[in-house]
Write a protein of this length. Structure first.
Length: 684
């Protein structure tokens, strides 16, 4: 740690120079950021770096501590240059050093401590800046967990002498063995950080004395091909790197020959380095007095990279070992001259609550709105980005604070599908547009039915279907959609409907039918040689109180008043009345045309009708109650029977009802279909 009595601006610059190894051009940017120099003295590239630093300062960090990983990504994309991040880490480290040195911490000290531990320590860890990470965590703990910090610090001081003595007993025979091999090396014992020890105490629920691995032994190998004269200017060759690994494994063999290893705790980060470039062999062995000791084996180059992380890469040019944290970090580890962070293909923006959300590049305000909630997206009229009002098509950029603006009168539009870029938003827009079409179509249908009632015209679905077809529509949904949008005039629909009705009436009149009531009907009027004439000219009027003929309502289709029907002369001499759409109608009319009698309902037909409805849907505990509720509260309907069978989460059954006004049956069926869980309702 540097002298914390320096002024804050000087301390920031010193950390950048000595601990992060930044060059003079970057140090000038750090000086400008903390006020040691003016912007005018910077070059173009330096001014750009300084602007990136100031852009990051505009982020509202206070609400982002709960999402440090996304803050890291937001920082990366906003900073745009790795040197910006290093300068900001240096500033945070200088800040926490000064607050930790205060006799009485201020109110700001807690904020500084939380930012250091929860935002910047994880970032330092990702960059391999382990010394900086440990110091940030320790000093933050000193401010936030004052008693625990000094308790561990006092314990470490009290056990220092015995700990150092044990290290000597452990190292002495190991040194002798290593010297016999001719390896160049030095060994040091490293006590774990106070924060690290405290974390172990918390995790293991034990006192200080219960933490057995308070320190680690580090064997650092020096090779003549990678001494300090060459390290600072040249990248190690492939041959040198291979030789380094061989020496580390040779030292490992000596350690495990001398002390019993715990092979389950072997960590090989030489064969496969960590994402941030960390290379080392870790093994836990049983030392003198049967104590477990962690031993770390690495070369001088590996140790420098391990302690100084990305800062060491300014010195070891071209080193690129292992995997990568992100795509952009690969380029940093391969070429220190390339300081620019590569494109991640994403943008990170901030919600009003301080959450950080990522979107694909090119995402718009609409994508953001539908990410929050479908209802927010449906009513979105724009957004406020960093306080500026923008339209729904505005593109999002890194670091922006976005607040959606809505209106209850706003509705989704078809052109929104070309504005939204994410599949999630597009799917929700399509879903909302479809729901609007269904809703608008239902309103249009009700308006059309009301118009017909006002004109005292009976609206028949079959005849309306003819109109729909005449107007060129394949689906009734599109027909009602155009009615709702005003693209189709209701007056035209009614004109076409009445024209078809008039044509049908004229056709009926031209046949000059002979109407015969049931009590006057004579079966002997049907003779085999005159069968077709009987079918075309005779019509049976059926109803209540008729005499002279035995007729029955067919059980296969249960016709009721108002249904289009025909009579069928049975072999027993009676007549059975079938619905025109009876399942057996086609076969009867094809095989026995001479037995078919035209029929219609008389004015004295039954006033109460027994009807069977077939109903299916998803099984749930309330569906039967809801169905019963609708029927029981309909003054024109009575429930005669109900038979429901459920299987594999589905139900199907039959409702027996009595209704006194057949014209109300379609309305009742629509109500039953609207019950949550009901899939279909059909008359049997």
């Amino acid at each position: 740690m540097l002298n914390s009595t320096l002024s804050f601006p000087s301390l920031v610059v010193d950390i950048c120079r000595t601990e992060l190894s930044l060059h003079d051009d970057t140090l000038a940017v750090a000086q400008a950021l903390v006020g040691l120099t003016t912007d005018e003295r910077l070059g173009d590239e330096q001014r750009q770096l300084l602007q990136h630093c100031r852009d990051v300062d505009t982020l509202q960090q206070a609400d982002m501590r709960k999402d440090s990983d996304n803050y890291w990504r937001l920082l990366v994309t906003t900073a745009a240059d790795i040197r910006v991040i290093l300068i900001l880490i240096a500033r945070q480290l200088a800040m926490v050093r000064q607050h930790a040195a205060l006799i009485t911490p201020t109110n700001d000290s807690m904020t500084v401590a939380h930012d250091a531990a929860q935002l910047y320590a994880p970032i330092a860890h990702k960059l391999g800046l382990y010394q900086v990470k440990s110091e940030l965590e320790d000093l933050a703990m000193k401010l936030t967990e004052h008693e625990a910090y000094y308790h561990i610090r006092t314990k470490l001081a009290a056990t220092k002498q015995s700990r150092e003595a044990y290290i000597q007993r452990f190292v002495a025979p190991l040194t002798a063995r290593l010297l016999q091999t001719g390896l160049r090396f030095h060994i040091k014992g490293r006590t774990k950080s106070i924060h690290s020890i405290w974390q172990k105490m918390q995790k293991q629920q034990c006192p200080f004395e219960g933490v057995y691995d308070l320190f680690a032994i580090r064997i650092i190998l020096n090779d003549e091909t990678t001494d300090k004269q060459t390290l600072h200017s040249n990248a190690p060759t492939t041959l040198t790197l291979r030789k380094e690994k061989m020496q580390c494994w040779q030292a490992y063999s000596i350690v495990t020959d001398l002390y019993q290893p715990n092979t389950r705790r072997l960590r090989d980060w030489i064969s496969v380095p960590k994402d941030n470039g960390y290379e080392s062999l870790h093994i836990t062995v049983r030392g003198p007095e049967q104590k477990w000791v962690e031993v770390q084996i690495r070369t001088q180059r590996m140790d420098d990279v391990a302690e100084r992380g990305v800062a060491a890469h300014w010195r070891y040019k071209g080193v690129a070992q292992g995997g990568s944290i992100d795509d952009w970090f690969n380029s940093i580890r391969q070429h220190t001259g390339n300081n620019t962070i590569t494109d991640t293909g994403e943008v990170y923006v901030i919600t009003p609550k301080g959450d950080i959300w990522n979107f694909p590049k090119g995402a718009t305000v609409l994508d953001f709105a539908y990410r929050i909630h479908t209802n927010v997206g449906d009513h979105c009229t724009g957004a406020r980005i960093n306080g500026r009002l923008v339209p729904v098509r505005e593109t999002l950029h890194n670091g922006q604070q976005v607040s959606i603006v809505t209106s209850t009168t706003q509705q989704p539009k078809h052109d929104w599908l070309s504005i939204a870029t994410t599949q999630r938003a597009k799917a929700k827009i399509r879903q909302s547009l479809k729901a609007m079409e269904v809703s608008d179509g239902q309103v249009a249908k009700e308006m059309l039915e009301r118009r017909f009632r006002n004109r005292k015209i009976e609206l028949q679905e079959k005849r309306l279907a003819q109109v729909v077809k005449q107007l060129g529509y394949k689906e009734t949904t599109e027909f009602y959609k155009h009615l709702a949008e005003g693209k189709l005039d209701m007056a035209l629909v009614m004109q076409r409907y009445t024209a078809i009705e008039d044509a049908n009436t004229a056709e009926t009149d031209s046949k000059q039918e002979r109407i015969v009531h049931a009590d006057q009907f004579q079966l002997n009027t049907l003779q085999p040689d005159n069968e077709h004439a009987a079918t075309n000219t005779t019509q049976l009027i059926i109803g209540k109180g008729v005499k002279g003929i035995d007729y029955q309502l067919a059980k296969c289709c249960n016709p009721i008043y108002g249904d289009k029907v025909f009579g069928f002369l049975t072999s027993g001499g009676g007549v059975k009345i079938h619905r025109d759409n009876c399942p057996n109608a086609h076969e009867l009319q094809t095989k026995y045309p001479y037995r078919i009698i035209r029929a219609q309902w008389g004015d004295n037909a039954e006033t109460d009708y027994n009807i069977a409805l077939r109903i299916t849907g998803k099984d749930n505990i309330t569906v039967v109650n809801n169905i019963s509720h609708i029927i029981m509260h309909d003054p024109h309907t009575a429930l005669r029977s109900i038979n429901i069978d459920s299987h594999d989460g589905l139900f199907k059954g039959t409702l027996g009802i009595v209704i006194n006004d057949i014209a109300r049956l379609p309305s009742l069926i629509r109500k039953l279909k609207n019950v949550n869980g009901v899939k279909s309702v059909e008359r049997t």
